[in-house]
Design a protein around this ligand. Structure first.
Ligand SMILES: Nc1nc2c(ncn2[C@@H]2O[C@H](COP(=O)(O)OP(=O)(O)OP(=O)(O)O)[C@@H](O)[C@H]2O)c(=O)[nH]1
Ligand SMILES: [Mg+2]
Length: 332
């Protein structure tokens, strides 16, 4: 199942208490403070992983609790630190504080790691509290409490190109043609019910990631069809490819309808560069007057006509975008 939103609770371990003890030996009844310090509570980290595609695992495992640090002991024995816990999240996961809504972490790279709840510090035992002025401390410290948080996790897949079109426009067929992704293709609307990503090779050395999402219809932003919640998966793309089938009665009006739905979700989406594609060009019988609007490209993903040119064009459009143009920082 493709799960792209969930809430989890994380509770770090408390610090262990410091120990209050005095060394007792036969001829040294008060041989000096000897209480060890408490160990640190375990922290909870979130780390991005490309092995995960959805938040499904976290949907079924929502509570994470790290152990507390061990208490200090007499004889100057410090308590052990509790182990940290690392929770893996898919690349592209945005982590919000569930209470304030603030973004705390954006898992954009596998090296990215975030401390979601910090383990409490161990309390110092009376041995560690000893100073020259106070050689016989009369207490030991308590361990500090570990942090606790509720986190809202929202996965927004990371792709360079987002495919937009009505159901049946041929989006999945196009992705299957140019990548090894195999989303289901069928001649009924809403065949695709979750995002698919494919790596598209362009020449020998270039490649980009293309995202196929469920189709949009008029009123998607009002919840019609599958709604617009999947549009979060094209928020971070650099370029959009809008597909309108060649048998559409008015391709330009259909493209405008799609852009209106994008804009109702977020006006920032319509600021992205768009390549307008007339798909299923083989459906137009030869000899009919050209119906390609100015600036559009045409392709038949089934026959392969025009597909390579479109892949090159998309690559060029991605290259023209500077790294900051993907909306990562702008849309939350
Ligand atoms: N003749 C022709 N048919 C096509 C072409 N591309 C796709 N189709 C057909 O159009 C139908 C819909 O294709 P899909 O790729 O599933 O369309 P989609 O846009 O992914 O549809 P949803 O997932 O429902 O949004 C299928 O029957 C395809 O075989 C094309 O270039 N030419
Ligand atoms: Mg599809």
């Amino acid at each position: 199942m493709f799960i792209d939103e969930t809430t989890i609770e994380v509770k770090a371990g408390n610090g262990g208490n410091g120990c209050f003890a005095y060394l007792r030996e036969k001829y040294r009844p008060k041989g000096g403070p000897s209480g060890g310090s408490g160990g640190k509570g375990g922290s909870i980290f979130l780390q991005a992983s490309h092995h995960l595609r959805t938040l499904q695992d976290l949907q079924y495992h929502r509570h994470y609790k790290a152990d507390s640090g061990q208490g200090g002991k007499g004889g100057n024995k410090d308590g052990k630190n509790a182990p940290d816990i690392t929770v893996l999240v898919p690349l592209g996961t945005v982590v919000h504080d569930a209470e304030s809504g603030d973004i705390m972490f954006d898992a954009l790279d596998e090296k990215d790691i975030f401390c979601a709840a910090k383990g409490g510090k161990g309390g110092r035992g009376n041995a560690a509290l000893k100073t020259r002025i106070n050689p016989l401390p009369d207490h030991a410290e308590k361990g500090k409490e570990g942090q606790q948080r509720r986190l809202r996790l929202v996965l927004k897949v990371l792709a360079d190109v987002g495919l937009v079109g009505r159901p049946n426009a041929g989006k999945s067929t196009f992705l299957s043609r140019v990548s090894s992704a195999r989303p289901k293709v069928a001649d009924y609307p809403f065949t695709t019910t979750q995002p698919y990503l494919g790596i598209v090779r362009c020449g020998d050395y270039r490649s980009f990631v293309m995202a196929d999402i469920p189709g949009l219809i008029e009123g998607s932003h009002l919840g019609k069809g599958l709604g617009i919640r999947f549009l979060k998966h094209i928020e971070r793309t650099r370029v959009l490819a809008v597909l309108v089938p060649a048998d559409s009665p008015d391709p330009e009006a259909e493209a405008k309808l799609l852009l209106d739905e994008l804009s109702a979700y977020s006006p920032l989406l319509t600021r992205k560069p768009v390549l307008f594609i007339l798909s299923k060009s083989d459906l137009v019988p030869e000899g009919t007057p050209p119906s390609l609007p100015a600036g559009w490209c045409a392709m038949s993903a089934v026959l392969g006509d025009g597909v390579d040119a479109i892949v090159w064009k998309l690559t060029r459009m991605i290259d023209e975008q500077s790294p900051g143009d993907d909306g990562v920082a702008e849309i939350s």
